[in-house]
Design a protein around this ligand. Structure first.
Ligand code: AHR
Length: 660
């Protein structure tokens, strides 16, 4: 390149970045045309993707404090140990032994149990929880277990803090020689982030135990076997249009044997069959041999969660294929009926009459009303001819029996390339309702792809951006950060999703949750420990978009120019224009938002999410370092004059007169 051409190229970059060619004090004019509203935008556009990765379910959203409560881990004594010969206070443990048994088990799905041989009264053992138990002062916890003991034994529960101080206690007693469920409520006198549950058999003899549980009484909506309140609150505050569950690769399993089977996750808790979590040993550097799935959070609880947070349920089902990054095991075509039947039965479980077998189970579990299931994903992140062959079998059965259910098919693991192209070629022909695209890409990719959907065929299947997140260090790289650099790039990209709301009908950031003490994958929208949780900047981007969607698309220009990205909608319900402007530059930018709409009130509501530091992150100590701030701004003669802060996501809600 000649020197002159290099100079011209540099000039072009600077101009297109808005860095020269326009005085920083000359306002950027953003025109919103309210006279020609476009297509409707899906009310469920922005939702959430839940997967049990990073201890998101057991050890997270599902607040059971006892790990391996049913003794069904590969090593059935995982998380259980004898109280030390001498405890921290020098008190000697009595003699005894822990023994795993299978004869006359509680039930066939739960074949192992613990036999405690107390050779002396007062023999003690404990459960360490999910890297410690989070206990809050003043809160109540239900201690329960199935117990089989013939004598007058008494089991004393003693919750102790990190230093061994007792902070809650209670007892179970009156056993009758048969398996029976016993429970009592303990109240904590102090807070501890890493407590443990000590259990003592107070008389000499044998005691059998299974489904040993310590569960907070206070859960979301006060439900027994409910979900952790602070985490559900964060989900609720996101205003998600839908919730995709249970994943992710967890749907597929590393092998078909540990695929997700929804039927083993519903009904009586003690009958739910635990299996290894496929993220248990996925990453050598983040091995978690103690990661299993109790399915205490199962499909009933997912549907209930969807209802609680006002999100439409989107279950993703195994299509007869294990993860293609792992074993890639595939069910033979003549074995597929079981998988298809699972899908048909799931529709009955969610929507069927209470007189139907699966509808009855839903009613027996406490929800006679239907869950209003409208869509199902066939397979997670599959690709290739084997997938298409299997999809066709599912589609034939589901279209015939349930034409009302929308089908989601996968576009493979990446947003471009041969697998992606050949998937779309098939889907254009086979016409699933939605095609699930995944992009775990660098922030720059998100900035460069805001026009990705402008050229998509308007008459083909719709798009579900089912998993995406800016990877600041590299895909599946444990150095990825939930920083503002990634989050603002996602926001810019989301204006492109929104502008193409006639094609892109659903989108969800992934993954959703991560336990700071036990994660495998980063970035994640929400981080938590045993007691606390916070939303990342990426979470707040999702929240802002999901809370300010609107109902019809409007044209806002320029769309993506000089580091500014825009989108606009009208909300026919609240009679507002909603304009989003993302400033991805380091400069403050004066802007004029001009509209031909008749503005009803002289004041617009403004929401700004901003940081001058692209490395900024939220944390337990500073959970709202990057969080939305609301204010108002005057609108004069159809123009809203604003200052776009450096690196900022801005939403303006401009009230309209009734007659637009
Ligand atoms: O979100 C983490 C994983 O990324 C999902 O389980 C999988 O679908 C994708 O590869």
């Amino acid at each position: 390149m000649t020197l002159r051409n290099r100079f011209l190229a540099l000039l072009l970059v600077l101009v297109s970045n808005g860095m020269i060619g326009r005085s920083q004090s000359a306002p950027v004019v953003i025109r919103v045309d309210a006279a020609h509203p476009g297509a409707s935008i899906s009310p469920q556009m922005f939702g959430i993707f839940f997967e049990d990765i990073n201890f998101a379910a057991d050890g997270g959203l599902y607040p059971e404090l006892v790990k391996n409560r049913s003794f069904e881990f590969s090593d059935p004594l995982t998380a259980w140990k004898e109280v030390m010969a001498f405890n921290e206070r020098g008190i000697q443990n009595a003699k005894g032994e822990l023994d795993i048994r299978t004869e006359d088990a509680l039930n066939a799905s739960n074949p192992h149990y613990l036999r405690v041989h107390a050779y002396e009264p007062g023999y003690g053992f404990y459960n360490a929880g999910f890297r410690g138990m989070g206990i809050e002062s003043g809160a109540e916890y239900r201690f329960s277990a199935y117990v089989r003991a013939s004598g007058p034994e008494m089991i004393r529960a003693s919750v102790v803090d990190e230093k061994g101080n007792e902070i809650a206690s209670g007892k179970l007693e009156g056993f009758n020689g048969k398996w029976q469920h016993y429970e009592t409520v303990l109240r904590a006198s102090a807070t501890s982030a890493h407590a443990r549950l000590n259990l003592y058999v107070e008389q000499k003899g044998d005691v059998d135990l299974d489904m040993v549980s310590l569960f907070p009484v206070e859960t979301w909506n006060h439900r027994p076997n409910g979900l952790r309140k602070d985490i559900v609150q964060l989900l609720y505050d996101m205003h998600p249009g839908f919730i995709r569950f249970p994943g992710g690769c967890i749907v597929e399993g590393r092998e078909l044997l540990n695929r997700y089977r929804w039927k083993t996750t519903v009904g009586d808790l003690a009958q739910r069959k635990s299996i290894m979590n496929r993220w248990n040993n996925e990453f050598d550097q983040k091995a978690a041999p103690d990661y299993f799935q109790s399915f205490g959070l199962g499909f009933y609880e997912y549907f209930q969660l969807a209802e609680d947070i006002g999100a439409r349920p989107l279950p993703i089902l195994n299509c007869g294929m294990a993860c293609q990054f792992n074993s890639s095991e595939t069910a033979k075509m003549d074995e597929l009926q079981e998988y298809v039947q699972d899908a048909l039965d799931l529709i009955e479980f969610a929507n069927g009459p209470v007189t139907s077998p699966w509808g009855k189970l839903r009613a027996d579990m406490g929800h006679p009303a239907p869950f209003h299931l409208e869509m199902i994903g066939v397979g997670n992140e599959q690709w290739g001819p084997r997938y298409v062959e299997r999809y066709k079998v599912f589609a034939a059965a589901l279209r015939e029996k349930h034409p009302e259910i929308k089908l989601v098919a996968a576009a493979g693991p990446s947003p471009s390339g041969d697998l992606f192209e050949s998937a779309w070629a098939n889907w254009r022909e086979l016409k699933p309702d939605l095609v699930d695209e995944h992009y775990y890409m660098p922030p720059e990719w998100f900035l460069d792809n805001t026009h990705r959907y402008d050229k998509y065929d308007r008459s083909g299947p719709k798009v579900f951006a089912g998993e995406y997140a800016a990877q600041t260090a590299g895909q599946a790289n444990s150095g990825n950060r939930n920083n503002w650099r990634g989050a603002i790039a996602e926001a810019a990209f989301m204006t492109g999703l929104e502008r193409n709301g006639d094609v892109v009908q659903m989108a969800s950031y992934a993954p959703l949750l991560a336990n700071t003490d036990a994660w495998q994958w980063t970035p994640d929208a929400i981080w938590f420990d045993s007691l606390r949780s916070y939303g990342t900047p990426n979470y707040y981007v999702q929240q802002i978009f999901a809370s300010n969607t609107g109902t019809r698309l409007l044209s806002a220009t320029p769309q993506a120019e000089g580091g500014l990205y825009t989108s606009a909608t009208i909300d026919d319900g609240t009679r507002e224009l909603i304009v989003r402007v993302i400033n991805t530059t380091a400069n403050a930018r004066p802007a004029e938002i001009q509209t031909n709409a008749t503005v009803a009130s002289a004041t617009a509501n403004v929401i700004i999410l901003q940081s001058t530091d692209l490395n900024a992150e939220n944390s337990f100590e500073h959970p709202k370092a990057v969080a939305p701030v609301s204010s108002t701004a005057p609108v004069q003669s159809g123009t809203l004059s604003v200052q776009l802060a450096p690196y900022s996501v801005n939403v303006y809600r401009i009230p309209l007169s009734a007659a637009q």
